[in-house]
Write a protein that binds this ligand. Sequence first.
Ligand SMILES: [Zn+2]
Ligand SMILES: [Zn+2]
Length: 574
Amino acid sequence: MHKAKTSSLSIYLPANSSEQASYAATELRHYLSLITGQIIEIKDSLSAPSITLLLDNAMEEDSFSIQGQQGSATIRGSKRGIIYGAYELLEQLGCRFFTATCEKIPSIPDLVLPDFDLFDKPAFEYREHNYYELIKYSRFAVKRRLNGAHHPIQEKHGGHKSYVWFVHSFEKMVDPNVYGKDHPEYFSMYNGERCIIPQKHQLCLSNPDVFNIAVENVRKALQENPGAEIISLSQNDWNKSCECPECRKKDLYYGSASGLLIEFVNKIAETLEAEFPNVTFDTLAYNYSRPIPRHIRPRHNVCVRLCSIEACFAHSFEECDDDRSVILPDGSKTDFITDLRNWGSIHDRLYIWDYTTNFNFYPAPHPNWNVLQKNMQAFHKNHVTGVFEQANGASHGGTDFNELRAYIITKLLWDPYADVQKHIREFTDYYYGDAATFVRAYIAYLCHTAEAENIHVGFLEQTDSPLYAVHHLEHLRGLITRAKETVSQDPLRLWRIGKAELSLRWIELKNKAMVNGQFDPEEMNAFFSDWRAYGLTRIEEWFSPETTYRALLHGYWRGESFYSHWSEEGAEEL
Ligand SMILES: [Zn+2]
Ligand SMILES: [Zn+2]
């Protein structure tokens, strides 16, 4: 029997180590074995050269250090930090965890560890990006150092921050199905009438009964989720607050509808603090509640999650000159960057909900590559402590180079000052092989067009935007064609470029139908067939590809508009 040589390098895992340290050891064993082609042993005694794993709960959450010389190293870290330290050591040796199925592992048969003297910690305590692979493969999310609610990371792999209700939870706090009929006064008033249409109303926060019912339901939810760190007490996904005289008076007093919301959430957080001392009570600064209030501040156990949904994503928050405002109760306007700066100046528990794709046309080439870093730095400069970057979360994550986007975003969530160009280069060189230069040229052309022509792009941008004018699409098409020619003998890379090409195919198809009235069944069938063959599902956020297809035939831009028009006549959403 032949077996590989046992490496002199071993992993020292002291007896009674934590299960997270133990996981870090097994990951090191796996990757170091791949790197060296040798058997790497985990030992409970020290024999140089070795990698020692030491849990240090006194260290800051998610932080780690790596110290080492003469071919040995010690990784010290808090619960998750020790795992992150193990991956950092591997990245220092040349490993790259690009996607769940694409990792670059160097071959170093005579590995001798270099000297280490580093300490690292994340810029944000809460890091979340719901790109498909990062919610489907939780161990990949650990490698990308995420710890948010969408990542079902087991405790032995470091666990994650657990949210109760996550978002838009007013209906859980006071259920319109339970109270709507007998107590319409619990719900928001518009034009003199109370409204209980699902998710198209808010609570009447100035009503004392609403507070009493909400407290009891929040208490119950926290009792049912004993490990919860954070609970969302947040408005519905609807853009008007209650307009009853009492609420309206409060809005004018506070100067923003966020004032009454913070008053309400503060009171719940204060009432339940003794019972749930480790829980943070989170709410949204979203749409009408985005601007800061006067005369009130969130409590220390209240977290505000500021949402950038109205912003342009082709230019950074600091640079965009488009008038994308939220209107205050006195009729004045405010933009996102002002609201970010204002919240950052009054509160130190500020989270962000940001948007990274076109939710109406998932495949649309989204020109946000140059703003990801600038915006992440703006968050960091304004004292943000947690960021959720909302992705295309549909099955297999869609097209538009979302694998690369997820890699860059997760790097930035750890370090907003990371060398993004280096990371893009490393990823594209490995993932797209010889086609990498054309992929980078595609991204550069797209972003340059948006910047040079000052084209603003929101999170629901139409595909007849000047960004997708025929001559621009032709230029991008030329780059994809050359990319395909370059990797024509490299089936894996060719497959990946073919997936990216679906973005252009969809925009061309959609615009041909909508703008020129051209419907070519052969082209349409080929697109939908290839879309499925890549394992892809939704083309837009809320609707199936079948509904999106029917919208195309019926002359609607989106499945959503098609469905809202036809649902009254009994159309089915598949
Ligand atoms: Zn009201
Ligand atoms: Zn803009």
